[in-house]
Design a protein around this ligand. Structure first.
Ligand code: PMV
Length: 333
C-alpha cells in the first residue's frame, strides 16, 4: 500500500519552547500558530509512505537519494513512535520532496513530521482522526502537531501522550491575514530547536523561564480574541510581546542563543517605522534570523517594498493562511 501526504509549515504566534517530557514532547506551555501557504514560493512538503511487507528495515529517500544518516535515524525514530502508538508493524519506504530548505528557520520540521503523520494515518485508515494525527505528528516535532490543521491552531499542552495535541481555532477562510517572511539566511540553524529549548529550560534563570511559561495562556486568550474580531492591532501587540519574551529567554540561556543577524535587527526597525506611518505590520522571529511580518493584504506591497531595501535580505516569501496536512493522489514512489 502507498499513501502520499502534503503539508505546510506554520508560524507560531504563541511560541513552543521547551518540554516537560522530551521523549514524548509534552511542552511546558501551550502554543498557537498560523499555517502557512506560500503565494510567490510554494512551501510544500510531500511524503509518500509505501509498506514493505518482507523488509527488516525502513528505507528513506530524500529528493531521489537514499539517506542512511541523520535524516534516516530521525524518520525511523518517528516511525517507531507511531508504530508503537498504533500497532502497525510493517516497515516502510519513505520518499520525500520539498520546495524549501528544511532547517532554515522555515519550520520545515513541522511540515515534514506532519506530512509523515498524515501519510501514516492514511496507511492505517485513520485520516479523519485529527487528534491521533496531531499526537503522532507531535512525536516527530512539537510544532508539527499544529500543521495537521489549516488556519489558526492551538496546541494544548496537556500532561500525557494522549492529552497533548492541537485543535483548530479558525479555519483558513476565517481571515485573510498575510505573513511576509524576510529571509536573511537559508542556512541550517546553528543550534537545532530541540537542543536550544533543552538548554533554555536547564540554564535560563527560573523567574525568566517561568514568567515566559505563565504568560502563554493569557497570550492565547488575547490572540484568540483578536483572531475572532479580525483585529490586527491587538493580534500584533500580543505577537510582538511574545517574541520579546522569547528573545529574553534565548538571550538568558547559557551560552546565550542569539539567533539574530544584523539584517534581523534592521528589518525589525523598518517594521517599527512602518507602524509609525500607520501601516499595520507586526514583526517577530522564530529560532532563527528570518523575520515573519504579519500584515493585511492591502499593505503587502508596501511591506515588501520597505524590507527589500534592507541589506542582507536574500528572499521574501509572501504567505497566506494555509490548509492542513492532507492526502494527495500523486505518489512519489
Ligand atoms: O517543532 P520543533 O521541535 O522543531 O520546535 C520548533 C519550535 C519553534 O519553531 C521555535 C517555535 C514554534 O512554536 O513553532
Amino acid at each position: 500500500m502507498i499513501k502520499t501526504a502534503l503539508s505546510h509549515p506554520n508560524k507560531a504566534l504563541v511560541i513552543y519552547w521547551g518540554n516537560e517530557d522530551d521523549t514524548l514532547r509534552i511542552p511546558t506551555r501551550s502554543s498557537l500558530s498560523m499555517t502557512l501557504q506560500g503565494i510567490n514560493h510554494p512551501l510544500d512538503y510531500i511524503v509518500s509512505l509505501k509498506t514493505m511487507r518482507s523488509s527488516e528495515r525502513d528505507k528513506v529517500i530524500i529528493d531521489g537519494i537514499e539517506d542512511k544518516g541523520e535524516i534516516y535515524s530521525h524518520f525511523v525514530h518517528h516511525l517507531d513512535a507511531m508504530r508503537r502508538y498504533t500497532g502497525l508493524r510493517e516497515k516502510v519506504e519513505v520518499t520525500t520532496r520539498t520546495s524549501f530548505p528544511v532547517g532554515s528557520g522555515l519550520a520545515g520540521s513541522a511540515a515534514s513530521a506532519s506530512a509523515l503523520a498524515e501519510a501514516f494515518a492514511g496507511l492505517i485508515g485513520k485520516t479523519t482522526d485529527t487528534r491521533l494525527k496531531s499526537i503522532m505528528a507531535r512525536r516527530g516535532s512539537g510544532s508539527a502537531s499544529r500543521s495537521v490543521f489549516g488556519g489558526f491552531v492551538m496546541w494544548q499542552k496537556g500532561n500525557s501522550d494522549d492529552t497533548s495535541y492541537a485543535k483548530q481555532l479558525f479555519d483558513e477562510n476565517h481571515w485573510d491575514l498575510r505573513n511576509v517572511i524576510a529571509m536573511v539566511s537559508s542556512n541550517p540553524k546553528k543550534i537545532r530547536s530541540i537542543d536550544g529549548m533543552q538548554l533554555s529550560k536547564k540554564t535560563c534563570p527560573e523567574q525568566v523561564y517561568s514568567g515566559f511559561v505563565s504568560v502563554a495562556d493569557p497570550h492565547i486568550e488575547q490572540i484568540s480574541a483578536a483572531l475572532s474580531a479580525r483585529d490586527i492591532a491587538k493580534l500584533g501587540a500580543s505577537y510582538e510581546e511574545e517574541n520579546y519574551l522569547f528573545r529574553q529567554v534565548c538571550l538568558k540561556t547559557m551560552p546565550p542563543l542569539d539567533y539574530w543577524m544584523k539584517g534581523t535587527h534592521d528589518i525589525l526597525n523598518k517594521v517599527v517605522n512602518l507602524r509609525d506611518e500607520g501601516i499595520p505590520a507586526y514583526a517577530g522571529t522564530d529560532a532563527g534570523p528570518n523575520v515573519h511580518i504579519f500584515t493585511v493584504p492591502k499593505q503587502v506591497k508596501r511591506v515588501i517594498r520597505t524590507i527589500q531595501e534592507v541589506e542582507g535580505v536574500l528572499e521574501i516569501i509572501h504567505c497566506r493562511v494555509g490548509e492542513g496536512s492532507h492526502l494527495i493522489e500523486e505518489h512519489l514512489a
